[in-house]
Design a protein around this ligand. Structure first.
Ligand code: PFF
Length: 456
């Protein structure tokens, strides 16, 4: 058992922490965003680049964030301030706090669609689907109805606020323990049905046979941004979660387990989506944010007891989203509690409301309000645009600055000292130091520079 070192809360057990961190990592990013990005970015080549990014960049950055968090026992801004007092580094933490609010704002909108789908499935909308158009009509009807979209967004945000009000142990830890394994099992069922559909080969080859001719600078940014998004990195969520750890909790194996579980769920989601996708006339992998919502009901309809599994799946996905959204809000709340002296209650109410309001244009930009559904110049919906700016760019820049900070400013020597408190000297630590000092900043920097060169 860990003991709270400063009265600001701590995890009940190490398993509780690993599950909570995995709960933060596993969410819409795996089941919704990963297939959407893979579909948009050409399939297998993207998947391969993604896996390399997770292993060589994501995992080291995850360990770095946990280490900074455990060392300082602070929120991201306070953590930078503690390790590099009165320098500009605290702004990296501030960027993370801002990014947290914005990602939460649209994350809650998509999570709201998931809740809507529980109801749609139970009410039989997806029973005996005659043509896939029926699913499209139901989906566009749901997300394009301003009242429904806003109500679902409000409901999900309220749930997030409710859990974060309960604090670290009471709220966050309890939820994740039982529910994630069940989500995993239903996902396996979906994969089995999807890969055994007539015509599944086409989707399997899209997902597994890389075609590098389509790879561009954007593919790399999307893959890396997705790795950060999926592992909850680049904005200090894992600094915040690490800050509730005690010196005895094993950092290295926590980081490895979280990355493994997260990647497994994403890869499985791809196996569920792509084989089925290619058997549905009129649907393309480049569909965008609606992809999984348009594909999944078609699979459930072909499974005995599909109504039950379908509703169960969307319920669990909503819960997986909740264990992630609470980590988004917790970063922001921890900052206002630690640095501004707010009470938890006040921080949750004020910041949850801000995130809700920021999410309103994302909720309305899917058919309800035309101007928000396709923004001028960037040619995408408000939600997609926010996701590109904050989900991709901001997290990537945050991760770049964090690896520079740990590698060069705070120093890998001091970071390793912290890591050794729970993990004795290993080859892994030394390899990690090299990756965080050299490979991470160089690779992230190269991808950003390449993208800039490509766009100008
Ligand atoms: N990792 C979450 C997901 O994959 O759904 C989303 C997320 C949570 C991103 C927390 C960033 C974060 F700090």
């Amino acid at each position: 058992m860990t003991t709270p070192s400063s009265g600001r809360g701590a995890w009940g057990s190490r398993l509780g922490f690993v599950l909570a961190a995995a709960g933060s990592a596993i969410g819409l990013g795996n089941v919704w965003r990963f297939p959407t990005m893979a579909g948009k970015s050409g399939g297998a080549a993207f998947v391969l680049i993604y896996l390399l990014c997770v292993l060589f960049i994501g995992l080291p950055v995850l360990l770095a964030e946990l280490t900074v968090g455990r060392r300082t026992q602070k929120n991201p801004v306070g953590a930078f301030e503690r390790l590099a007092p009165e320098t500009g580094w605290r702004w990296v933490g501030a960027l993370g706090v801002l990014t947290g609010v914005v990602i939460l704002s649209y994350y809650s909108v998509v999570a709201g669609w998931t809740i809507g789908y529980i109801v749609e499935t139970l009410s039989g909308t997806f029973n005996n689907i005659q043509s896939p158009d029926a699913v499209t009509r139901a989906f566009t009807g749901l997300i394009g109805n301003p009242v429904v979209a806003l109500a679902l967004h409000a409901l999900f945000m309220a749930l997030t606020m409710f859990v974060v009000l309960g604090g670290v142990q009471g709220g966050i830890e309890r939820w994740t323990k039982i529910l994630m394994p069940v989500l995993f099992l239903i996902l396996i069922l979906l994969v089995i049905r999807s890969v055994t559909l007539d015509g599944a080969e086409k989707g399997l080859s899209f997902y597994l046979k890389p075609d590098f001719s389509q790879v561009t600078g954007t593919t790399f940014l999307n893959a890396m941004g997705q790795a950060f998004f999926s592992l909850s990195l680049g904005m200090g969520a894992m600094i915040t979660y690490g800050s509730y750890l005690s010196r005895r909790d094993d950092l290295v194996s926590s980081a490895v387990w979280v990355s493994l579980a997260d990647t497994l769920i994403a890869v499985l989601a791809g196996f569920a989506i792509f084989p089925a996708l290619f058997t549905i006339p009129g649907l393309e992998p480049t569909e965008g944010a609606g992809l999984v919502f348009l594909v999944l009901p078609n699979i459930f309809d072909k499974i005995p007891g599909g109504l039950f599994f379908g509703a169960g799946f969307f319920l669990l996905l909503a819960i997986a989203a909740l264990t992630s959204s609470i980590s988004l809000l917790e970063v922001v709340v921890a900052y206002f509690i630690d640095e501004k002296g707010w009470t938890r209650r006040r921080a949750v109410i004020v910041l949850g409301s801000v995130a809700f309001l920021l999410g309103v244009p994302s909720a309305l930009g899917n058919g309800a309000v035309a101007a928000l559904s396709r923004l001028p110049v960037v040619n995408q919906s408000f939600l997609d645009f926010m996701d590109m700016l904050f989900g991709n760019f901001s997290l990537t820049i945050g991760a770049l600055l964090l690896s520079l900070f740990v590698g060069w400013r705070w120093g890998t020597g001091r970071a390793l000292e912290e890591i050794r408190l729970s993990n004795p000297e290993t080859w892994f630590g030394r390899l990690w130091a090299l990756l965080i000092r050299f490979l991470c900043p160089l690779a992230i920097g190269a991808i950003l520079v390449n993208l800039i060169l490509e766009t100008i």
